[in-house]
Ligand binder design. Structure first.
Ligand code: ATP
Ligand code: MG
Length: 233
């Protein structure tokens, strides 16, 4: 069972909105979802009443959150989404203890948006609707947003494949800076020369299991050998 907790000490950062939208999207008869309103303001309790559909099911309460989660599991609920008040009360810490993932929404300021615009290098095209973005533009935007959060762990999921050469160089330089300051970069993809430049350790996954783990060259050899002999899935 997945337990998502939306928490942030800042009021108005978007906790309730995100919890409500995700719960409405997730909840299906084949994928039962429970929304827990642990905020005494009761925003989601009101939201659910206004929907008049009784769905997604909701439980309100600032106490006994662990019990609510336990009961949901027994009832076969697959997803529990918990909205919390903007403080660090017992309700919030209790919810966080039950969480498989804690989501901390933040509201970007105009300065953050300006910094992302500049970092993305999209220029005037930044203003286009994201639905009109090409794959490469989406990758640029995603990377610029991730960078703005100054992560210590950067996940690059085949982003290189979508990027033009100019931005590839920028991503590589940023990744090296992060590694140089003790951060971690996890990159996935099939561009071996590029991955080799970036990574000092490689993991070869075959059908979801680790087939090899070690220095890049050794793992690459094992992979290419499997491809050659047809043992790769
Ligand atoms: N992604 C978003 N984009 C634009 N507006 C948003 C977004 N998410 C939330 N809002 C708006 O921001 C306001 C505050 O959102 P919300 O009530 O979800 O925040 P909250 O973190 O739950 O606040 P509180 O801490 O008071 O419970 C609402 O008016 C909501 O419509
Ligand atoms: Mg709220």
């Amino acid at each position: 069972m997945n337990v998502l907790v939306f928490a942030s000490r800042k009021g108005g950062s978007g906790k309730s909105t995100l919890a409500a939208h995700l719960a409405a999207y997730i909840h299906k008869p084949t994928r039962p979802c429970l929304l827990v309103d642990a905020d005494p303001q009761g925003s989601l309790t009101l939201w659910q009443a206004l929907r008049r559909t009784g769905e997604p099911p909701l439980k309100a309460g600032t106490r006994g959150i662990a019990e609510i989660v336990k009961q949901a599991k027994q009832d076969g609920t697959e997803w529990v989404l918990i909205d919390t008040p903007p403080n660090m009360s017992a309700a919030v810490t209790d919810a966080i203890r039950c969480a498989t993932l804690v989501v901390v929404p933040t509201r970007p300021s105009v300065f953050d948006i300006d910094a992302v615009k500049e970092r993305s290098g999209l220029g005037d095209a930044f203003e286009y609707p994201v639905s009109a973005y090409s794959q490469g533009m989406c990758a640029r935007l995603g990377f610029a947003v991730a960078e703005e959060l100054e992560p210590r762990v950067l996940l690059l999921d085949e982003v290189h494949e979508a990027l033009d050469h100019e931005f590839r160089a920028i991503v590589q330089e940023r990744a090296r800076t992060l590694i140089g300051t003790g951060g971690v970069v996890v990159a996935t993809g099939h561009d071996h020369p590029l991955l080799e430049q970036l990574c000092d350790r490689a993991i070869y996954l075959d059908n979801g299991t680790v087939a090899a783990d070690g220095p890049f060259r050794d793992v690459q050899r094992a992979y290419l050998e499997d491809v050659r002999t047809g043992t790769h899935h």
